[in-house]
Write a protein that binds this ligand. Structure first.
Ligand SMILES: NC(=O)c1ccc[n+]([C@@H]2O[C@H](COP(=O)([O-])OP(=O)(O)OC[C@H]3O[C@@H](n4cnc5c(N)ncnc54)[C@H](O)[C@@H]3O)[C@@H](O)[C@H]2O)c1
Length: 328
């Protein structure tokens, strides 16, 4: 192995790890090599280890003490962030953490502080920020007086066991729609107030199900912009929708999540379709940032993930308390 190859370890080898694996496979990032992988499910760790000629572990503590890793990906369930980030930072590793980075804001802030004090390169899994048309969209919004926006993540229910319970996933806004909340913050700025209502009872045939079927989260931003973000996991027929629609003094923006954007003004329409492999770019940026010791290459740092977490947990607090306004 070349001397300047970034040695990467994975904690969690499930669905999203497979997405990252595909970006590292076949020498697609020749400057990096996955050398150790860990999962509580032996077969998952073994399969990943075989694919990358890496060593397999069940216990991340053992992996982090036996291996000399430069970077660690944390790809575990939202409820399973139980200290691996802090240990990895302590062992000298740079860190990529999948969203939501925890269900515990205090823990996420502790990780954020450790990353800062130990000056580790860090990233969180908000890959949509790497879509090629996002800078164009963001620049246009910056020229506009935005009145309000509506945003959606409405579809069916993911099949992983932990998704259907609020105590293991955080609920849909926390686990899934957080991508949309992130893009809203990226486009419109910082959220200062959150108010939410949720609905249960649409889905009545899923075992062990304990979260909202639908929620509407009102957001107020520091610059005065307001908007509502809808989440729904009850749709089994047609009617899925993911994206953001913003209404401005001079025009209209229609962003279809990960797919396209259309901006309409009185005398012009600008539209774009996704033209890049944004997930690949997210992982390349992480490895480049490590090699160049340049955190500014990362479009979705851990600190942004913590702000997203604060907003979606505030939404849960509001919908658990009759729609009270939660200040951020
Ligand atoms: N960025 C995205 O678009 C995206 C997409 C899907 C999932 N995710 C996020 O990624 C995370 C994982 O989701 P998933 O779909 O891969 O879940 P998954 O259930 O498929 O995989 C999680 C894996 O982590 C392992 N694990 C849990 N605790 C562990 C521990 N202490 N040590 C080692 N392994 C451990 C589990 O055994 C499991 O194999 C979630 O937070 C999810 O929200 C992000």
């Amino acid at each position: 192995m070349a001397k300047n190859v970034v040695k990467v370890g994975f904690i969690g080898c499930g669905g999203i790890a497979a997405y990252h694996f595909s970006h590292f496979a076949d020498q697609k990032i020749p400057e990096a090599q996955i050398t150790a992988v860990c999962d509580l499910v032996d077969e998952r760790a073994a399969a990943a280890a075989e694919r990358f000629s890496a060593r397999a572990y069940k216990d991340y503590k053992e992996m982090l003490s036996k291996e000399k890793l430069d970077a660690v990906y944390v790809c575990v369930e939202p409820c399973a962030h139980n200290g691996m980030e802090l240990l990895a930072i302590d062992k000298g590793c740079h860190l990529f953490v999948e969203k939501p980075v925890s269900l515990d804001l205090k823990y996420a802030r502790k990780v954020e502080a450790a990353l800062k004090s130990k000056k580790r390169i860090n990233a969180a899994g908000f890959q949509d920020r790497y879509l090629d048309f996002v800078p164009m969209m963001k620049n246009w919004v910056a020229t506009q007086k935005v009145g309000f926006f509506n945003a959606w993540w409405v579809g069916g229910m993911p099949s992983v066991w932990w998704w259907r319970r609020r105590d293991t996933s955080g609920g849909q806004a926390v686990e899934q729609t957080i991508h949309i909340f992130d893009m809203c913050r990226h486009l419109f700025g910082e959220v200062v107030e959150v108010q939410a209502f949720g609905r249960r009872g649409v889905i009545d045939d899923v075992e062990n199900y304990d979260t909202e079927d639908a929620s509407a989260v009102n957001l107020k931003f520091a610059n005065g912009i307001i908007g509502t973000v809808y989440s729904g996991c009850f749709v089994r027929g047609p009617g899925s929708k993911c994206g953001i629609e913003a209404f401005t003094l001079d025009g209209h923006l229609d962003y279809v999540e990960r797919t396209s954007v259309a901006i309409t003004e009185k005398n012009r329409t600008v539209s774009a379709k996704t033209g890049n492999d944004y997930g690949q770019e997210e992982d390349v940026a992480f490895i480049d940032a490590i090699l160049e010791n340049d955190q500014s290459l990362i479009l979705s740092p851990y600190s942004e993930a913590v702000k997203n977490l604060e907003v979606v947990l505030a939404a849960n607090e509001s919908l658990d308390n009759g729609g009270k306004v939660v200040k951020i």
